[in-house]
Design a protein around this ligand. Structure first.
Ligand code: BGC
Length: 373
């Protein structure tokens, strides 16, 4: 079968022929991959800034955002059935018994750093025709979400962030009044930094929770991203507006959801964070020259305004379940906008252009099977 692999030793990216894996253990599930999303992380791996092949291999099969169909199950499998649509989780636990995160099934919080991630770190990914993995890593998706389910994995980033936002928010002994049409974020404002897929999915999740949501992005409006912002009832503000002006327009900034990987911009935004506010980092920037930061101002604000800053990576089962549920909500509320996040579907042979060419569109997808419902 075919797979798209990167060879760090020779700095090559190519289609390879590889042997199809087989169901060996009773809890194994074989999944025929239908679609794989291309993301910034894949592009970074292809520029050799990130990523790591399995120990015994000279190459890494790419792909971590996926949708597949179960084609075979081991004799002890109970969570999925043949024919189910599934989105597999990305991260696998480290092997250390003393890692409380990995031993509790929360490898997204791994302490040792020896976790593996399919298609990213130490384990082959999903840009291939068939994979076999344990049933515990499978998340079943309703058929009705077939054409957008490849967005589940990038949406888990926002879901895990929101879970933690609510945990932090619970330190305040008051909450927004929740009524039909007014979610738990309805008395709060949020800025989403960046209008890529992670940013736009984050904005949808914030809107679905009722936040007054502002997307701050480089490109001048109107553009396809600002159209999505309009459709979901978010404000789109381009970088022609300064951060200070944005803060003045918003009044108070309760949450910043960073989805650009642009560290200098993020620390500028941190300066205008409001009282009791939360700043969430999700981007993984490449290392560039150091940037000066007004550390006294930031530290004063953090203390005097009770602010919380946290980073969030990967996702556990709960975030996948929330993502599948919320994607259903998005499709119901904003069918066109949700579908328009996927800007192209391509065959396997387009891999070089998608992974090495200029970044275009919003979410580009590689289709390994013709669309079937
Ligand atoms: C993936 C996560 C992963 C992170 C860091 C992201 O693109 O969605 O699963 O943990 O990269 O490797």
């Amino acid at each position: 079968m075919k797979a798209i692999a990167v060879f760090p030793g020779t700095r090559q990216l190519q289609i390879i022929e590889t042997e199809a894996p087989r169901v060996m253990r009773p809890t194994d599930v074989a999944v025929r991959i239908l679609e794989v999303g291309v993301c910034g992380t894949d592009r970074e791996i292809c520029s050799f800034e990130y990523g790591q092949p399995p120990l015994a291999d000279d190459h890494l099969v790419l792909g971590h955002e996926s949708l597949g169909e179960v084609v075979e199950i081991g004799e002890a499998v109970t969570r999925v059935a043949v024919g189910d649509l599934v989105v597999p989780m990305v991260r696998r636990p480290c092997m250390h018994e003393h890692c409380p995160a990995c031993t509790s099934g929360r490898q997204d919080f791994c302490y040792t750093g020896e976790f593996t991630e399919r298609g990213i770190k130490g384990r082959h990914g999903f840009m291939t025709q068939l994979i076999v993995d344990d049933e515990q890593y499978m998340n079943v998706v309703p058929r009705a979400l077939r054409d957008v389910a490849v967005l589940v994995e990038p949406l888990t980033i926002a879901e895990k962030a929101l879970e933690q936002i609510w945990q932090v928010q619970s330190r305040l002994p008051w909450a927004c009044e929740v009524t039909p049409g007014h979610g738990p974020g309805s008395c709060h404002s949020a800025v989403v930094l960046g209008a890529g897929p992670v940013g736009l999915l984050g904005a949808m999740a914030l809107r679905a929770n009722g936040f007054d949501t502002w997307i701050y992005s480089r490109e001048a409006a109107p553009n396809p991203k600002s159209d999505i912002a309009d459709a979901i009832g978010a404000h789109y503000v381009s970088a022609e507006t300064s951060i200070d002006e944005l803060a003045t327009r918003m009044g108070n900034i309760d949450v910043v959801y960073e989805a650009t990987g642009a560290s200098a911009l993020s620390f500028e935004m941190m300066k205008v964070l409001g009282p009791n506010a939360i700043f969430v980092f999700t981007g993984v920037p490449g290392r560039k020259a150091p940037t000066p930061v007004d550390t006294d101002l930031l530290m004063r604000n953090l203390v005097l305004r009770n602010q919380v800053v946290f980073g969030t990576v990967n996702a556990g089962r709960h975030a996948f379940e929330s993502a599948i549920r919320d994607l259903g909500t998005f499709i119901e509320r904003w069918p066109r906008a949700t579908r328009s996040l996927i800007t192209s579907r391509n065959n396997l042979e387009s891999y070089a252009e998608l992974l090495l060419g200029p970044a275009t569109g919003i979410k580009n997808v590689i289709t390994l099977d013709s669309l079937r419902s």
